[in-house]
Design a protein around this ligand. Structure first.
Ligand code: C2E
Ligand code: CA
Ligand code: CA
Ligand code: CA
Length: 278
């Protein structure tokens, strides 16, 4: 038992090679994916909890690769972050999302917001603010209709640069939300020093509000805290009608989840919009 080291290594090594080979393959396909137009945005409605009316839409990235099929973001965003490819990919997402929103606003005659996920590496790119402003000006979208979703992980770095960029975006009228709230960072003091507008309660809390009294208490407490700080709240991962009753009772401003709609590709989202917009 003492000397299992060698055989364990012999067994381990090829696996490692396989993993890094897989990674390299994915990285080189990712480098070409923008050019080959393999990325696609899916859209998921965010509704007012009270009325069920559409308020905004979250853009969710998909990668259609001929060899790998549809690749979900959890599988490729981390690698895109590590390699820096997230910067050009994220730029494409911003442009595409703003353009889509302007289309819906034109067809419905209503103000529909668009929420875009921004990863830390992308946010820290020196050209980020400019990229955002460019997406707004080329699409003609009002800054108030763009919301950038940022995870608590980004705020963890506590840098002057992060604070300054958030301030610039806020000053330009762009909305800022904390994504996956409750899963990342335990200190809450950043909420008073950064210009956030919205908290998105992570779906792990929302999923069990009907089963676990502790989760119900946490969701209730987050909503009350957010409101007392002047922030709006979105519950994500709403799958059942019972959850919508709970969220209504607790005055949660907005809801998002499979109960309302799954994320849809653009043509299907257009159909959803024409049959559901009120
Ligand atoms: P997220 O921002 O927390 O997005 C919500 C995720 O929950 C999405 O997964 C969505 O499809 C899923 N979801 C929505 N409603 C429900 C529900 O009722 N139940 C359950 N179980 N899940 C639901 P998706 O699309 O796989 O995205 C995963 C993550 O990838 C996102 O988490 C986000 O962090 C990241 N991501 C997606 N698109 C982008 C992007 O354009 N840029 C960056 N940087 N990250 C992105
Ligand atoms: Ca999000
Ligand atoms: Ca603001
Ligand atoms: Ca989330």
């Amino acid at each position: 038992a003492k000397h299992k080291g060698k055989s364990a290594f012999a067994h381990f090594a090829p696996e490692m090679t396989e993993v890094s080979h897989e990674r390299l393959k994915m990285e080189s396909s990712m480098r070409r994916a923008l050019e080959l137009k393999e990325f696609e945005l899916y859209f998921q409605p965010i509704v007012q909890t009270d009325s069920g009316n559409l308020c905004a839409v979250e853009a969710l990235l998909r990668w259609n690769n001929p060899a790998m099929g549809m690749v979900m973001p959890d599988r490729f965003i981390p690698l895109a972050e590590e390699t820096g490819l997230i910067t050009p990919i994220g730029e494409w997402v911003l442009e595409e999302a703003c353009r889509a929103a302007v289309g819906w606003i034109q067809t419905t005659g209503r103000d529909i917001g668009i929420s875009v996920n921004v990863s830390p590496r992308q946010f820290r790119d020196p050209g980020f603010t400019e990229t955002v402003m460019h997406a707004l000006s080329t699409s003609g979208l009002a800054p108030e209709l763009l919301e950038l979703e940022i995870t608590e992980r980004l705020i963890l770095d506590n840098s002057i640069e992060t604070a300054e960029i958030l301030r610039q975006l806020d000053k330009a009228g762009i909305r800022l939300s904390v994504d996956d709230f409750g899963t990342g960072y335990s200190a809450l003091s950043y909420l008073k020093s950064y210009p956030f507008d919205t908290l998105k309660i992570d779906k792990s809390f929302v999923q069990d509000v009907m089963k676990e009294p502790e989760d119900a208490s946490l969701v209730r407490a987050i909503i009350n805290m957010a409101h007392s700080l002047g922030l709006r709240v979105i519950a994500e991962g709403v799958e059942e009608e019972a959850q919508t009753h709970f969220l209504k009772k607790e005055n949660c401003d907005f809801s998002q989840g499979y109960f309302y709609s799954r994320p849809l590709p653009a043509p299907e989202f257009d159909d959803w919009l024409s049959s559901n917009h009120r």
